[in-house]
Design a binder for this molecule. Sequence first.
Ligand SMILES: [Zn+2]
Length: 171
Amino acid sequence: MVDLSLVTALVTNLKTAIDIGKTVKEITDISQVRDKVIEMQELILSAQSSAMAAQTQLFEVLQDNAELKHKAAAVDEWAATASRYQLRDFGAGTFAYELRPDAANGEPPHRLCPTCFEQRKRSLLQFIGHTASDQDFYKCIPCAQDYFFGARQSRPAPKRTVSRSSFWEGY
Ligand SMILES: [Zn+2]
């Protein structure tokens, strides 16, 4: 915010200096003229100081304005990106953001990391493979988070045959 009192002081000082200048031509005493010139110089210097301070404040306001415009543009840009995705349950309460088919714009189907999404980052999950419990294993490269989608299928544990002789070998 520009301090308006600086502008007021600037205008007042310049006006006073002009008024003094108008009276100088009527003064015949050279010492009085010199005093008036000194007075005018002080007023002009003070006005110049006020102008510089106001200019600095104006520059700060312009910088703040540019920064706010940049932030507003980033918010708008993220809102447009986020609107292309929807949160989906991939089974058993395993969630990720998925590209909406009607907003694909030619991009292939993909999932986004929900953690990065909440931080306004578009991080694509990379498919790693299927787990032994039939879940889809994805990884978010930027935040290094692993995701397992779908219900965990329990498989019968492989039978472990321990022969009596090998079992007792250590004893
Ligand atoms: Zn992530």
